[in-house]
Design a protein around this ligand. Structure first.
Ligand code: BG6
Length: 612
């Protein structure tokens, strides 16, 4: 995914655009660019690399009050100065920034080439600039020209159009990629995410798919792509107030967002629990789930769908649902689910899990479910996101903005939300009030227990530094510990680029044990449950073959059992995975820090992938 920003108003546009790009850089960071109208002409600056490169190159003496900007995660055309956005038409009249994928780009480019247009980049987006310029002639307004062109476009887009012949307006369109308008006093903002505008205004309007908006400094209008009819008579286009604060997007005392977000987990989890725990009935209240007790009882199975860490959080949810509600539950990568032509079961509750709410594979899985009449709820962090809208009901994660590409606090709030879902489903079935109360108390204790783990960060960092030279690492767990091991391996891979594999403990002896040797450390996750002795023998098996072991545990293990033992407070066994996950985040973080990695912006990754 890319990040786009637009501004029209009374301020100097370039600093606003650069600041906006800086806060959206987590969305894509392989090239960047901006365009403003200065002395009735387009002034375009674009470059491969980070926003800082752009800041160094842009001529900020150009005092302009309207402009657009873009930070890229390349899909069509490699990251370089030419393929960076904005893209313009040959005459340099129209400039376009775009987030998404135009599926029929080849045909559009061929048609332009046949018409004698010279395309200078390899991108899908450039075609739009030429087509809009060709359409916006005579009486045709820029808005109508954009609408006419987009009727020929297949694919996803969030885009902003700048036109030297209409220097007092920006035209914006959305289909599949997020677009939010920021409503100011005599100024308007547009961006892929509120991060780019929350420091200027809290009044926002989310565009829906197939909507086009025209912004002037002091007003805006939203119309439908097809008819051009005005949108919002139902009040849907009246500004709403966002929760986020500008500081949420600042590092504060931290050197990077990942460490900041790891340390924000206790407070983030408190927010997710707030107002949702019911002591009287020893259950949870999830007001966003539009199912009554009878419908909840009618659910025969729960299936979690997500990508990356969201999938592993879903696995934690499945263990909790089976344990507390005693109904079958599992998790599946959303991409796998949607492509295998799934048999959708009417009595199954599907949970679409996504921090960003924009991950395309998960969105398409939801659309496949809705097409087949499946009952699906969302568990998303970003309000106004596509998956949240598509599901229509579900659980907001309240983790606050998550900027670092590797997910931490959002995953914790996913697992916390799933513990509450499991509690709710359990208490409309046979989970006793005593057990319900035990889980309610256990959930309330989690933030404090996490604070204790975070206070031990330096000890965990010391262990990380001891093993940072390893080229490979195993992560091992069973039942409660299995999804934790998988997420632990994911974190290490994502940010340190160390090859890491997760295995179910009992599977080791059926193959992977062959790889154990002195240079292959294993992280063994040992929850404080009925399988402690089994996990101890797993550690002994590895040690017997000369493999170094880091034990991460909520049980009472002899310190000599492993090369390093990282202990966490023992909570309710069902909830231990949420605690055991934190040391693995810190382990990955401090190994990556030791290796000098760019922790917030790991190579080849993006915060959410809006392409297939
Ligand atoms: C990847 C991110 O692109 O998408 C991961 O790098 C994330 O951190 C995964 O877990 C899924 O994203 P989301 O937003 O759908 O939870």
């Amino acid at each position: 995914m890319c990040g786009i920003v637009g501004y029209i108003g009374r301020r100097d546009a370039i600093p606003v655009l650069l600041e906006g790009l800086r806060s959206l850089e987590y969305r894509g960071y392989d090239s960047a660019g901006l365009a403003v109208i200065y002395r009735n002409r387009l002034q375009v600056t674009k470059t491969a690399g980070r926003v800082q490169n752009l800041r160094d190159q842009v001529n900020d003496r150009a005092k302009a009050t309207i402009g657009i900007a873009h930070t890229r995660w390349a899909t069509h055309g490699e990251p370089n100065d030419i393929n960076a956005h904005p893209h313009t038409d040959t005459a340099g009249r129209i400039a376009v920034v775009h987030n998404g994928i135009i599926e029929n780009a080849e045909q559009l480019r061929d048609a332009l080439t046949k018409r004698g247009v010279t395309l200078v980049s390899d991108t899908d987006t450039e075609a739009l600039a030429h087509m809009i310029a060709a359409e916006a002639t005579g009486e045709v307004s820029l808005e109508d020209a954009v609408r006419r062109v987009l009727r020929h476009v297949a694919g996803t887009y969030g885009l902003v159009v700048l036109d030297t012949q209409n220097p007092n307006e920006l035209v914006v369109a959305r289909n599949g990629s997020p677009i939010v308008l920021g409503i100011g006093a005599s100024e308007m903002f547009v961006a892929s995410d509120v991060a780019a505008l929350v420091r200027y205004t809290k009044q926002v309007v989310y565009l829906d798919d197939a909507e086009v908006a025209t912004l002037h400094a002091s007003d805006y209008r939203v119309v439908s792509l097809e008819e051009g009819s005005r949108r919002g008579s139902d009040g849907s286009k009246v500004p709403t107030t966002v929760e986020a604060e500008a500081d949420d997007y600042e590092l504060g005392p931290y050197e990077d967002f990942m460490r900041k977000e790891i340390h924000e987990q206790p407070e983030a989890l408190r927010r997710a629990l707030r107002g949702r725990l019911d002591d009287r009935f020893a259950t949870a209240r999830l007001g966003g789930i539009d199912l009554d007790a009878r419908q909840l009882r009618g659910i025969r199975q729960v299936k979690f769908l997500g990508c990356g860490s969201a999938y592993y959080a879903g696995q934690m949810g499945a263990v909790l649902v089976e344990e507390l509600a005693r109904i079958p539950s599992d998790a599946e990568p959303a991409s796998e689910f949607r492509y295998r032509n799934p048999v959708v079961d009417p009595d199954t509750l599907y949970v679409a899990v996504s921090q960003s709410g924009e991950t395309l594979d998960t969105l398409m899985a939801v659309q496949e479910l809705r097409r087949k009449g499946g009952q699906v709820i969302g568990a998303v962090n970003v309000v106004g996101s596509a998956i949240g809208r598509e599901c229509g009901h579900g659980v907001f994660l309240h983790a606050g903005p998550e900027i670092a590409v590797a997910s931490t606090k959002a995953l914790t709030n996913m697992a916390g939300s799933f513990a509450m879902l499991a509690l709710l489903l359990g208490r409309v079935r046979d989970l006793s009030a005593a057990d319900g109360q035990r889980i309610v108390a256990g959930l309330r204790a989690l933030p404090g227990q996490m604070e204790k783990i975070l206070a031990e960060e330096e000890q965990i960092a010391e262990v990380a530094r001891r093993f940072a030279a390893a080229e490979h690492m195993f992560f091992i767990g069973r039942v409660h510990g299995w999804p934790v091991a998988r997420e632990g391996a994911q974190k290490l891979k994502e940010i340190s680029y160390v090859h890491a594999e997760a295995y179910q403990a009992a599977e080791l002896k059926h193959g992977p044990l062959a790889l154990i040797n002195a240079s292959m450390p294993s992280v063994v996750v040992v929850p404080n449950d009925e399988l402690v002795s089994k996990n101890i023998s797993t550690i002994e098996q590895i040690k017997a073959r000369g493999g170094p072991v880091i034990a991460v545990t909520s049980a009472d293990l002899p310190p000599s059992l492993a090369d390093a033992v990282i202990s966490v407070p023992a909570g309710e066994p069902e909830l231990d995975p949420l605690l055991l996950n934190v040391p693995l985040q810190l382990l990955a973080y401090h190994i990556a820090a030791k290796l000098g990695r760019d922790i917030d912006k790991p190579r080849n990754l993006a915060k959410s992938v809006t392409v297939e």
